[in-house]
Structure formats: C-alpha cells, structure tokens
Design a protein around this ligand. Structure first.
Ligand code: BTN
Length: 257
C-alpha cells in the first residue's frame, strides 16, 4: 500500500519503476527502513520491494552513525535488490548516480557526489546511501533532506535540503521519490545489461569537483593522506598518497580535509 502523500507521483511513474511497481510500502513511522527491508529480504521478499517511512526512530548512516529522520521533512527509503555477483559491487555507485539523477529530474537541482556515496548540493550534505549486503540480497537505503528541519546543531551546519537550495518553502517529496526510484531501476538495468562504463562515467561527472582535493583515509586505525585521483572501473576510489603510490580504496572512512 502506498500512503496518500506519495501515491499520485508514484502512480505516474509506474511504468518506469520496474518490479517496484505494486511493491512499495509506506509507513508513517519505522525504526529503520533498512532494518525492515533486511528482515523482509531474509524472509524471501522479492527484488523490488520498497519500504518508505515518513520518519525513522533509529535511522542509521554509514560507519555506525545515526541518521536524523525528522517527520515529513525527508525521504527515508530502502529497496531490496537480488543482484548477480558481477553487479553487486557496483550497486552503490549506480545508486549514487541514480539518486542524483532522480533529484535533478524532479526538481532541477544539480547534485554532486562524494565518494563513496554522499549527495551534496551547494557544498553541503543533501543525502546519503547505506547499502547492506547479505548472501542473496542487497538492501539499498537512501535518505534525502527535502525540507529544512530542526536537525541537531552538529548536523545543521553541514547539511542542506532540496527546498533550501532551491530557495523555496516546499518541494514535492512524492515526485522526488518517484524519480529516484525510476532512476534507480534505469541505472540497475544499465549494470545488468553490461553498461557499467556509462554508470562510472556518470559518477565521475558528478564527482568532478572532488578530483585533486585533499583527503585522509582511515582503515583499521591506520591513517593515510593524499589527494583524490579518480574512481576506477569497479567504483574504487583512487588516492594519490603523499608518499607517492596511488592507493585503491574500497572501504574504511574517507575524510575530506
Ligand atoms: C550516510 O550518508 O551515512 C547514509 C545515510 C543513509 C540513510 C538512509 S534513510 C533510509 C535508510 N534507513 C536507514 O536506517 N538508513 C538509510
């Protein structure tokens, strides 16, 4: 069942959202849509099942952080994928491109990406993606700040919303969600049909402003400094280290200096 606030836009996009059509559940409140989607996937739910919540009481971000999820102000959604082994590692990169594309189509806002998958607008964080994989599925969760809200002060200095960036009082959450789901299905189809290079190129275009920027990479307590060089064909970040060699980064924390 799709909740009324989102129904119209999702119905209009029905032909472009692949197997998600008819498999979208809207909840007024969830602990974490990723947790619910994982539970459903473990119990055999099909690819394309989507959980969307108006608010989350235990929203989660990457690296064990929490994700502020004020009611009515954002999109908090998780999609179940059952990708082939070849496709799974590129799914987060494809999702970043898709969510940026979807926001652009719905609102006209130009969204940039920062590795691994932070969504930025006007130099501030607009959203993020949390992909969680198990043996037979990947749950792809995304959070987008649509309207300004009362975030904790440590977040509000670094965060923005679609409405803020557009200088408007409102933005259509249903339309943003519908276009993000349509773009997700389109980019997933690109991967399934071996158009990986097109996805990586689209990612590079949205992350172009980060090339040459200084970063710090921490993994297992070891910190390396360097500058961003590129992403490779598998979506790994390439960092030119201060000591010389280029490192391929696939996990750990990247801090932007
Ligand atoms: C990040 O940038 O750290 C990723 C944030 C991902 C947040 C979304 S909101 C919907 C889904 N459910 C969660 O608990 N987290 C993701």
């Amino acid at each position: 069942m799709i909740g009324d606030p989102l129904r119209e836009a999702l119905l209009a996009a029905a032909e472009r959202i692949g197997p998600m059509e008819g498999r979208i559940t809207w909840l007024p409140e969830a602990t974490s849509t990723n947790d619910l989607a994982k539970l459903m996937a473990e119990r055999g739910a099909d690819e394309g099942c989507v959980i969307v919540a108006d608010t989350q009481t235990a929203g989660r971000g990457r690296l064990g952080r929490s994700w502020a999820s004020p009611a009515g102000a954002g999109i908090y959604a998780s999609v179940i994928f059952r990708p082939a082994m070849r496709v799974a590692p590129l799914l987060t990169i494809a999702a970043g491109v898709a969510i940026a594309d979807g926001i652009g189509v719905a609102t006209g806002l130009d969204v940039q990406l920062k590795w691994p998958n932070d969504l930025y607008a006007g130099g501030r964080k607009l959203g993020g993606i949390l992909a969680e994989a198990a043996a037979h599925f990947v749950v792809l969760g995304f959070g987008i700040n649509v309207l300004p809200a009362a975030y904790p002060s440590d977040i509000s200095a670094r965060a923005t919303s679609i409405a803020t960036e557009l200088g408007r009082r409102d933005a259509d959450r249903g339309l943003v969600l519908a276009e993000c789901l349509a773009a997700l299905w389109a980019r997933y189809t690109d991967l399934v049909e071996h158009r990986d290079a097109a996805v990586i190129d689209a990612w590079r275009a949205r992350a172009a402003s980060t090339v040459g920027k200084p970063i710090e990479w921490e993994r297992d307590g070891i910190v390396e400094r360097g500058t961003v060089r590129d992403v490779d064909a598998t979506g790994a970040l390439l960092m030119a280290t201060e000591s010389g060699p280029v490192i391929r980064i696939v996990a750990g924390e990247v801090r932007w200096l």
